[in-house]
Design a protein around this ligand. Structure first.
Ligand code: GDP
Ligand code: CA
Length: 314
């Protein structure tokens, strides 16, 4: 089973899928939020997925490491350094070591694999590409770097669209390429991540979307929009600013041509017929993943939904 994931929403469903599929799961992770800060390479979504699958994620925030401390950040601030990006002491070890290996010439894929092995994570974890790709947010004030928009400006400026700088030169890393096979994977899950800034960068890596379609396996998405709002983050605000209704219908329309089915929340059941009119199958479920049990239950729903769709693809 393949899963496409950003950070917080993606890692929660990926954890549920991992509980069921173990090393039968491979997660493709967005890297377009990656950036350099204080000389360190930060990969927010890769780290969120890695920490979640290792069982060391902070359950309160959904990102960062559990029982984190902030001594280094406090010292940085005391010395007049930038402290707008929250770097925990434990988390810092990841960034320091990753930066070290990257400087020695290792690929991000190789470094991610090193950490996966050390943390005894069963599923495979792949950055979408090893080349640098950077999400730029188009606004009336011009193009802003994603972290600037997200962390510094707290998403307060309205968005006009998104650009993935460097995407044309991005290639699918060979180890990931080898995974894009129907022999290895019978289902593709698009996790409830932000469609614009988490999933679209992955799907924009040249040839990746086509390779997924060529697998001719069921593709199932889970809506990150529940009851007219995002669970967390700017997804609903972005949908509104891009002049679309804030409902799972907009998510289904966004992924049209790629997905066969979408899991929407029970509270959105009234939208099911509208989604079905797009030629997309719908399943309703409890999609709010508060806790491990619900992550696993939603993962099971996706798997069964995929099996039902597979019968129609024969
Ligand atoms: P980020 O990279 O950390 O912003 O994380 P993602 O892109 O992976 O996830 C952000 C999206 O996850 C938001 O649009 C949320 O609405 C969605 N999300 C977070 N938790 C849940 C959940 O429990 N259920 C569902 N359905 N969506 C969720
Ligand atoms: Ca992210």
């Amino acid at each position: 089973m393949l899963a496409l994931a950003g950070g917080v929403g993606g890692s929660k469903l990926a954890s549920g899928l991992a509980d069921i599929a173990g090393d039968g799961l491979a997660v493709i992770v967005n890297t377009a939020d990656d950036f350099d800060h204080l000389g360190l390479r930060i990969c927010p979504d890769l780290d969120t997925v890695t920490y979640a699958l290792a069982g060391i994620a902070n359950p309160q925030t959904g990102w960062g490491i559990v029982d984190e401390t902030w001594s280094c950040l406090d010292r940085l601030a005391a010395l007049g350094g930038d402290d707008w990006f929250r770097l925990g002491d434990k988390d810092l070890a990841t960034h320091i070591l990753r930066t070290h290996y990257l400087r020695q010439g290792e690929t991000l894929t190789a470094v991610t694999e090193r950490f996966r092995q050390r943390l005894r994570i069963a599923p495979a974890i792949f950055p979408m590409t090893d080349q640098p790709v950077r999400t730029l947010v188009r606004t009336a004030q011009g193009e802003l770097g994603f972290q600037h928009y997200f962390v510094k400006l707290r998403c307060e400026v309205p968005v006009l669209g998104f650009l993935f700088q460097g995407i044309e030169a991005a290639t699918i890393p060979a180890p990931l390429e080898a995974q894009l096979s129907p022999v290895l994977h019978d289902l593709i899950v698009i996790c409830p991540s932000n469609p614009f800034v988490s999933v679209d960068p992955i799907l924009s890596v040249p040839h990746l979307r086509e390779r997924l379609l060529a697998m001719r396996r069921p593709v199932v998405a889970v809506s990150p929009i529940i009851g007219g709002a995002a669970v967390k983050g700017p997804a609903a605000k972005m949908i509104r600013e891009l002049a679309m209704p804030v409902s799972p219908v907009s998510i289904a329309r966004h992924y049209r041509g790629l997905i066969h089915g979408i899991v929407i929340d029970e509270v959105d059941a009234a939208h099911a017929t509208e989604v079905e009119k797009l030629g997309i199958h719908v399943r309703t479920a409890e999609t709010l993943m508060t806790g491990k049990e619900r992550q696993r239950k939603l993962a099971e729903t996706c798997i069964r939904f995929g099996e039902a769709i597979a019968c129609t693809l024969q």
